[in-house]
Design a protein around this ligand. Sequence first.
Ligand code: HEM
Length: 466
Amino acid sequence: MPAPDLLPLAPVPVSAGPPTVVAEAPYRVVERERGLLATFRVLRRGLLPMMHLFDAMGGDMARVRTRIRTSVLLRHPDLIRALLVEHDAAFTKSEGLRLAKDVLGEGLLTSEPPFHTRQRRLVLPAFHHQKLRGYAEAMVGAADETAAAWADGQPLAMDAEMNRLALVIAGRTLFSAEIADEASDISRAIHTAMALFETRAQNPLTPILRRLPLASNRRFWRALGDLDETVLRLIAERRASHESKDDLLQMLLDAQDEDGSAMTDRQVRDEAMTLLMAGHETTAGALAWTWMLLAQHPDVRQRLFDEVDDVLAGRAPTFDDAKALPYTRAVFAEAMRLCPPAWAVGREATRDVSLAPGVDIRRGETVLFAPLFLHRDPRFWDDPEAFRPERFLDKTERHKFAYVPFSAGRRGCIGEQFAWTEGLLVIAALARHWRFESDGPAPEFFGSVTLRPSAPIRLTAHRRRS
Ligand code: HEM
């Protein structure tokens, strides 16, 4: 099977000498000091090249000290488990996510315990198995509409197509509303706010610049104001209508704590905005990269078609079919191994803590792990660069924390099962009718908030059957 030409980056030239080894066993810990100028030079190239350089230091944990901040990259699954499970109480979200509070407020992704613990308890029932069953119809309906709109031989920008589809699904399952319509205020406001947020996220000076009266800041706050207005209007309309809908917004409005308290409009707004933002671009990215990889691997694609044709026998997929599509599931899992939408995850230590013997973290340090690199680490994966879905079908024992596209523990993705359901049903619904071919190399990765292509993923749609 050919190796995909879909790779992280050309090796990053490492200008500094080898890092200092500060611990050797049981975990190898390496360190390096970096001058501010050198740090800014690396940062200017982008977050992903910076993380690549960090990863290239090797070891099970790599630490870079600058005069402003010390950052640590965990490169071993044991240490990632220690961060997310055993010692999670010693960490808060990192600076990047604190910036996201400008958009998401105190939603699940950005809030901290004890408020987060209460909110997670309130939001969790919205993702119950029975609820997912209800959302499945909206997922397949939206995918079928997308499939019906394409013409045989049509060139597509697959990332944009999947983004729009995921936004339609988010709008319907969250608000029972059509928000992806290009002309709609909410669609415009989402795109503007997201684009400006991403520019801010790439700029190391944003924590200082974010409140200054700059034109870009004014545009950002205006777009956010528009988005707020629409979401708060949707909440007010639902409260006023006394009509009960079968969507995530209804679950948020109806949720009650043990003492009978419910969420305020602001809290519902923050959770709804979080589900909308955290839920649509991640799933869209995973799907777009999946189609790219399938186009590059016709043998895998044929095996997926065989499974989908066999299980569906010409009808549209349903919630229960997701369980009967193990190969399709393995394809989606393998695409998220090579192209994890949440490509890097960060925390900040609130106190000194030891993750393992010799692996000590100091208060205030930023602690990161990067699924993009971890998922390709030859210490934990055979033939890591190959797109080989079968690896998720065989029973080979693998370290559970070597595969973490949804993170894990108390701050793990609450939408994970939603994303699997959406991913599998959309793949099955589209694969029934369409085959996508690529006639060029895959674009490179661009490490934004999620893992984006640096240029559109261009594929051509070929009708399999109508
Ligand atoms: C392929 C799709 C998705 C991927 C790869 C993904 C990945 C992740 C990851 C890695 C985190 C942890 C972030 C951190 O620790 O800083 C997370 C958290 C979260 N995700 Fe997802 N996600 C996906 C889909 C979704 C969907 C569909 C929803 C909602 C409908 C969602 C809602 C959330 C929320 C609310 C959190 C915060 C959870 C908490 O801290 O309690 N995600 N996601």
